[in-house]
Design a protein around this ligand. Structure first.
Ligand code: TRP
Length: 334
């Protein structure tokens, strides 16, 4: 029997290359090997965006189309919308007794996010909602509701998974062996650098190439990418290892091209403008099949609805079974 995998995404924006190389590509590669639940985490997105429901709703469909475009197969993967599975919310309430407020405040992921919020909104402890502080509990419910055995994540999510395991152990020790303790599957490429050389490509950093970017946008972004600052003239030799253009060539261009690009850059026989033009072409070829596939779903929104509906029904079946076991264990199976 295949193991169950569960992962989730917050629908707050389109997928970019960081999501693709850090996660989506691996998901596509392993989709045959697991029973795969893929949660569009709209409830979790609302913890940060409760006052912007249109944004979350819009991005549920955007992100689903992006995921289908990269080749996740709706026949194999259960695509589902978190808010359509009320059992997750029930579990969240039950688990909230099994975790202390202090433990949540110490969660490194939560701590980092609170620090980021303080930077944006000022030193307002009060701006942290109960829902936000508790989202790791809700994420533990996401995973255990489907008896997720394996959770593919980036390293920023490890503390959330550890929190989930603690909740599972606590539940099982209080109410008897019921829940499965999930293991993580760490991404091989945890992080993709941004066009500006930042260690992380991110929406809020404004340094990302999106899977939906058109030619004009790609051209503007790549033309502005950071290169070796010591290279002033076109024929100065330079160091490709500190150049973002070369970094992206390695991700999207053919391997034999890259050897040549590296050599010419070091020799000084390749100007940055030419190199960027070649990257624009390579990027277009890389994105073309993804965008073509996406176009199909843009033109057939009813198919996207059908996929989400089917996946959500499959997820619901599993959730009902889990809740039955959980309520029995907790003696609330009236
Ligand atoms: N917290 C994850 C993120 O911000 C999204 C997510 C929601 C998730 N539920 C999950 C990831 C369950 C793994 C498992 O990207």
């Amino acid at each position: 029997m295949k193991k169950t995998i569960l992962t989730g995404l917050r629908p707050t924006g389109n997928l970019h290359l960081g999501h693709y190389f850090g996660a989506g590509k691996t998901w596509r590669e392993i989709q045959d090997d697991y029973d795969f639940y893929l949660e569009i985490a709209d409830v979790q997105a609302l913890t940060d965006n409760f006052d912007n429901p249109e944004k979350v709703r819009h991005n549920v469909y955007e992100i689903t189309k992006d995921l289908l475009a990269i080749g996740l197969d709706p026949e194999r993967v259960h695509f589902f919308i978190q808010s359509k599975i009320p059992q997750i919310a029930e579990l969240t309430v039950f688990y909230s007794n099994l975790v202390t407020v202090a433990r949540l405040q110490r969660n490194p992921t939560v701590k980092t996010e609170i620090a980021q919020k303080k930077e944006i909104f000022g030193n307002e402890g009060e701006s942290i909602t109960y829902g936000f502080l508790g989202y790791p509990v809700s994420q533990a419910a996401d995973i255990t509701c489907f008896e997720g055995e394996v959770v593919p994540v980036g390293d920023d999510q490890l503390p959330l998974l550890e929190q989930c395991r603690e909740i599972v152990r606590k539940f099982n020790s209080v109410y008897g062996e019921t829940l499965i303790e999930p293991e993580h599957l760490l991404s091989k490429t945890p992080r993709i650098k941004g066009l500006d050389g930042n260690d992380k490509m991110g929406k809020s950093l404004g340094n990302a190439i999106y899977l939906v970017d058109d030619e004009k946008t790609i051209t503007e972004k790549i033309m502005g990418a950071v290169t070796d600052p010591s290279k002033i003239k076109k024929d100065d030799p330079a160091n490709p290892d500190i150049c973002m253009v070369y970094y992206y060539h390695k991700l999207v261009n053919q391997e034999d091209n890259n050897e040549r690009i590296c050599r010419e850059c070091k020799e000084g026989s390749r100007g940055c403008v030419q190199c960027k033009r070649e990257l624009i072409e390579a990027m277009k070829s890389f994105l073309q099949p993804i965008q073509e596939k996406r176009k199909y779903y843009e033109e057939h929104p009813e198919e996207v609805d059908r996929i989400l509906e089917k996946g959500t029904q499959e997820a619901e079946q599993k959730a009902v079974e889990t809740l039955k076991k959980v309520k029995q264990a907790m003696k609330i199976d009236y």
